[in-house]
Write a protein that binds this ligand. Structure first.
Ligand code: GLA
Length: 733
């Protein structure tokens, strides 16, 4: 609900358990008032004067006003949300003043507001597929203008999803003048958090070590995380949780959350100002950034998604999960069990070995068969073929049709790996168009994994790639693309100039959206050497993501726990692979590999030819078990009952909103003899209900009331040891 109190020009945004308030001061500045948990649903703020003690003024802190948009001009000594330079003054120049141009001073003042039910942020999906919930949402638009340069305007957007306490913030910039305006920095939004909100929980990593949870207390100064490449990046994921130290935990306390819906070069600065104020600025990375608004042009940024939880980090995650499931993921449907042949055959793909794998996979219950790298062009190794998205006659002498038909007749869907943004120098595409890659003329073109990046700033490149993929989907009735992106950027020379950082993201989103519009049966998985392109922007056009190339179950417990901070289980592809992991060389029991992979969207990546008949039977039994409860994992609320940092064990629970079905999953990564772990206490069940818990064999291992399970918890088993795990499916009788 959006309320405006005209007498004090106060805006009050009411969400389910939280509020957000700001007002317009006498000079037309839009000033933040507060954001937090609502004391009660009826309460509101109408009197901004109460907050004015917040604004201390001395000759050193006169710029500290908490403006909803902080512009360079109103502020210079703290970080800004927006920096603009004007080549002209906006009024006649006095003699000698030309030397002061361009003017790097923009002040934005309120001119009016409106409420829209159709506003969307920049780079919103255009595929036309519905999300799970499509009821209209209200967006407050606050219009601002530069009084001394009236042809420059900005509109602040606040879209409310009250049921999840989520606000989406973005900004539209407009130049209705005759001269170009250069945007030098541009956050999608700046957030003002209460003083002392200095405990930050965030996600860092690297290839094969994605989603490592870090928790820190922010000292004074700025804490910066960013991506300086064309995708979201492995080293930091754009999700943040913030709270006052010692005042929030997993299931209690006030926790603020923010996440970017953008998959390119982003930056977030969390600023801890000398007086204790905390600000979070997130949006385009100012690194190598340029955005010029020509006469009559406007630009709308993507969104910063944010909110506040009154029940700890877990409540923040559940809000983000529900928001993503209901409002971001396209056309949600149960995610199929997938088989991917990468770790079975690597580049040695042949029609025969894929058919052999497909037959075995179908027998134990796989629903989607994906052929990974190696099926196209001259791709017999990673030094050739990228860019030539045509079926390799060497691997498939009669084309893909025999394999596709076989997979369909086995009752499975067919999927393919692609890496559309890339090209090998040894490819027909590069030989024909050496100018189609990012490069600076006359300068070296650095290859990584032997590949170069196509210049998506060129419309003809985007069209060419779209045309090839579109034809493939049409010809082979492809149900799934694993869309990969395997290197960071270098030498970002493009016909789009510095705009390439944004143009690349827009190009990728555009190709995905058009493919999905043309082929509603097509699902897409985002992969970038594992989890390098995971964010709320890409999730608007893909169904799932490849969390990490690291499929070691012990490492996965940690990676998946970190992933769960921001993203829902139904988007998290997780594979069971070989007993001895190919990356870490560690050996993990089959039970652990399945129990951990069943926490998300189950996939199989093992070489089936190396498995005995007995092992294949076990695979079949686990897959059948997963299919019984996957709707709970994929649609339920997640509770992290025990986190790794608490003692080496991870216990999670998924529970349907009506409390009638739940899945309990625990895995022990480290174990100290002599240390008794607490019994995991379940949540979200119906107290009076009687539940039975079954294991994979259908054996009833526990019968108890919801009240007992939520007080006494799940009994531990005597033989728990490193590598021990179990999954129980609980149903109310
Ligand atoms: C990347 C992906 C892997 C696999 C290979 C294929 O590394 O993350 O899963 O698809 O590429 O080359």
């Amino acid at each position: 609900m959006i309320e405006f109190h005209p007498a004090t020009r106060t805006f009050y945004l009411a969400l389910h358990t939280s509020y957000y308030a700001f007002y317009v001061d006498d000079d037309g500045r839009v000033l933040h008032l507060g954001w937090g948990v609502s004391p009660n649903p009826q309460s509101k703020i109408q009197n901004p004067k109460l907050a004015e003690s917040y604004l201390s003024l001395s000759s050193f802190d006169f710029q500290l006003l908490p403006q909803e948009i902080l512009t360079f001009g109103d502020v210079t000594s703290t970080r800004e949300s927006l920096k603009v330079s004007f080549g002209q003054l906006g009024q006649p120049l006095a003699e000698g003043e030309a030397a002061h141009l361009p003017v790097r001073d923009v002040r934005l003042r309120y001119t009016g507001h409106e409420v829209s039910e159709t506003a969307v942020p920049g780079l919103a999906p255009t595929h036309g597929l519905p999300t799970a919930v499509t009821t209209p949402r209200q967006t407050l638009l606050v219009h601002l203008q530069a009084p001394l340069y009236p042809t420059f305007r900005a509109t602040l957007h606040y879209r409310l999803t009250p049921e999840h306490d989520v606000l989406e913030r973005w900004v539209t910039l407009e130049n209705s003048g005759e001269n170009p305006v250069a945007i030098e920095t541009c956050a999608f939004a700046s957030l003002h958090l209460p003083h002392g909100t200095t405990q930050l929980t965030s996600l860092a990593g690297a290839w094969a070590r994605e989603f490592t949870t870090e928790r820190t207390i922010l000292p004074h100064g700025s804490h910066i995380t960013e991506s300086r490449t064309l995708q979201t990046g492995h080293s930091a994921n754009p999700v943040w949780l913030l709270n006052r130290p010692h005042q929030a935990w997993e299931e209690s306390g006030t926790v603020y959350f923010a996440a970017l819906a953008y998959s390119g070069s982003w930056q977030t600065a969390i600023e801890h100002l000398p007086h204790g104020a905390i600000r979070l600025h997130a949006g385009y990375n100012p690194f190598d950034f340029a955005l010029t608004l020509a006469a009559g042009e406007q630009h709308t940024t993507p969104a910063l998604v944010c909110g506040v939880s009154d029940n700890g980090w877990g409540g923040a995650s559940r809000r983000l999960h529900a928001f993503t499931r209901e409002r971001i993921l396209p056309a949600p449907q149960p995610r199929p069990v997938l088989y991917n042949s990468w770790e079975a055959t690597y580049f040695n793909v042949t029609v025969q070995n894929q058919i052999t794998l497909a037959r075995k996979a179908a027998e134990f219950g796989v629903e989607l068969f994906c052929v990974d790298d190696g099926w196209f062009g001259g791709r017999r190794h990673d030094r050739a073929g990228l860019g030539d998205w045509v079926v390799s006659p060497e691997a498939f002498p009669d084309g893909l049709r025999p394999l596709v038909d076989e997979i369909h007749s086995l009752g499975m869907k067919f999927g393919l790996w692609v890496e559309p943004e890339m090209v090998n120098a040894d490819s027909d595409l590069y030989r024909a168009h050496p100018d189609w890659v990012l490069h600076f003329p006359g300068r070296p073109r650095t290859e990584a994994r032997n590949q170069l990046i196509l210049d998506f700033g060129r419309p003809e490149v985007v069209e060419h790639i779209f045309g090839l993929l579109d034809a493939l989907v049409r010809e082979y009735d492809i149900a799934f693309f694993k869309w990969d992106m395997n290197r960071n950027a270098s030498e970002p020379g493009s016909v789009a100039g510095r705009g390439i950082w944004r143009a690349h993201v827009a190009g990728v989103y555009g190709v995905m959206d058009r493919l999905r519009r043309n082929h509603p049966q097509l699902d897409i998985q985002s992969c970038s050497g594992g989890g390098g392109r995971i964010d709320l922007g890409i999730l608007g056009r893909v169904d799932q993501v490849w969390t990490s190339d690291n499929t070691d179950a012990f490492d996965r417990i940690r990676i998946q726990e970190g992933f769960s901070l921001g993203y829902p289980a139904r988007a998290m592809e997780a594979w069971v692979t070989h007993e001895q992991n190919h990356i870490t060389q560690r050996v993990a029991p089959l039970s652990l590999r399945f129990d951990v992979a069943m926490r998300g969207v189950l996939g199989i990546g093992s070489s089936l030819n190396e498995l005995s008949a007995a092992e294949l039977e076990q695979y079949a039994s686990y897959i059948a078990f997963y299919k019984q409860f996957r709707h709970v994992v994929q649609n339920g609320h997640l509770y992290r009952l025990e986190r790794l940092e608490e003692g080496g064990a991870s216990a999670v629970q998924y529970v349907l909103p009506n409390g009638r079905e739940a899945v309990f999953s625990m895995a022990l990564r480290d174990y100290q003899v002599g240390h008794f772990r607490p019994r995991p206490i379940l949540r979200g069940l119906n107290g009076e209900g009687v539940y039975t818990a079954v294991n994979r064999h259908g054996a009833e291992v526990l019968r108890a009331t919801g009240y007992e399970l939520m007080t006494l918890g799940i009994p531990r088993e005597p033989q728990e040891h490193v590598g021990y795990s179990r999954t129980l499916y609980l149903r109310q009788e």
